[in-house]
Design a protein around this ligand. Structure first.
Ligand SMILES: Cc1cc2nc3c(=O)[nH]c(=O)nc-3n(C[C@H](O)[C@H](O)[C@H](O)COP(=O)(O)OP(=O)(O)OC[C@H]3O[C@@H](n4cnc5c(N)ncnc54)[C@H](O)[C@@H]3O)c2cc1C
Length: 233
């Protein structure tokens, strides 16, 4: 297990991923080994207050020297509007991590499903990179649920992984039904082709979305199906 440490981190790069999501690259002040599926707590000073929020790593767990997080703007939230309002490149923040229980080392099945609702696609990216490189992999199915076509996150990464690894497949589901070439609705509306028996099933997103997905999968009565649920609250 990777030790949990408190340290500072330098924000080295910020990239827009969609109209409401960004990737922040952070260089920790000391090496921070982590396993895909982990998250960090960020502490950001503002007006004399220290705001603490959790963010999952979205980069590969092979580089302890630097990691990325994928953040969605919550327009009425406390921290994310601050991040959007100012240029944070070159700023130091406090970090605590790595944290989390739903990590890749616990997922041992050769058949795995990774489901990401919204910004949950970030941690799915990190997990997909880890699981996709395993010798014992039989199939890795990735499905992300997105509000609109332009909000599909990390699409280039997932497309490239599925094109270069025949064991990996990816599907994007879009809930806004106007003008999309993708399946419409929620992830749980598009599961009929899958057999969840003898598999690990990971899901990440808002609690209500994860609950609905887990219920739908459970209703198919899969045998030997292990759930890993990372719900953002
Ligand atoms: C383990 C974990 C991992 C996470 N990973 C990620 C990640 O990878 N990426 C990511 O973007 N987020 C992630 N989150 C969520 C993240 O920690 C923040 O909660 C999120 O970014 C919003 O922060 P904020 O300060 O902008 O909003 P907050 O101030 O926390 O507010 C969040 C929402 O609640 C609403 N709200 C706030 N106060 C009230 C109130 N009194 N009444 C009604 N509504 C209210 C706001 O309008 C806003 O929409 C994760 C959370 C957890 C627990």
């Amino acid at each position: 297990m990777n030790p949990i440490k408190k340290m500072s981190g330098l924000i080295t790069k910020v990239t827009d991923l969609s109209p409401t999501a960004r990737e922040y690259v952070i260089k920790p002040s000391e090496l921070m080994p982590f396993t895909a599926g982990s998250f960090v707590n960020l502490f950001v000073e503002h007006s004399g207050e220290k705001i603490r929020r959790a963010f999952s790593m979205s980069s590969a767990d092979t580089n302890p020297d630097e990691f990325a997080i994928t953040i969605r703007l919550s327009p009425n939230g406390k921290l994310t509007p601050l991040l959007w309002a100012e240029d944070y490149v070159g700023r130091e923040i406090e970090l605590m991590g790595p944290l989390g229980l739903n990590t890749a080392d616990k997922m041992t099945a050769s058949k795995t499903f990774l489901f990401g609702f919204g910004v949950g696609a970030g941690v799915v990216k990190s997990l997909a990179e880890n699981l996709g490189a395993r010798d014992n992999l039989n199939s890795l199915t990735i499905v992300t649920g997105n509000r609109s076509t332009e909000e599909i996150l990390h699409k280039d990464f997932f497309d490239s992984l599925s094109e270069t690894n025949e064991k990996v497949s990816v599907k994007y589901v879009v809930s806004d039904n106007s003008q999309t070439i993708y399946p419409i609705g929620h992830i749980q509306d598009h599961l009929t082709e899958y057999d969840f028996s003898n598999s690990d099933v990971y899901m990440c997103g808002q609690g209500v979305a994860c609950d609905a997905l887990e219920k739908t999968i459970s209703s198919t009565n899969p045998t030997n199906c292990n759930f890993f649920v990372e719900d953002f609250h």
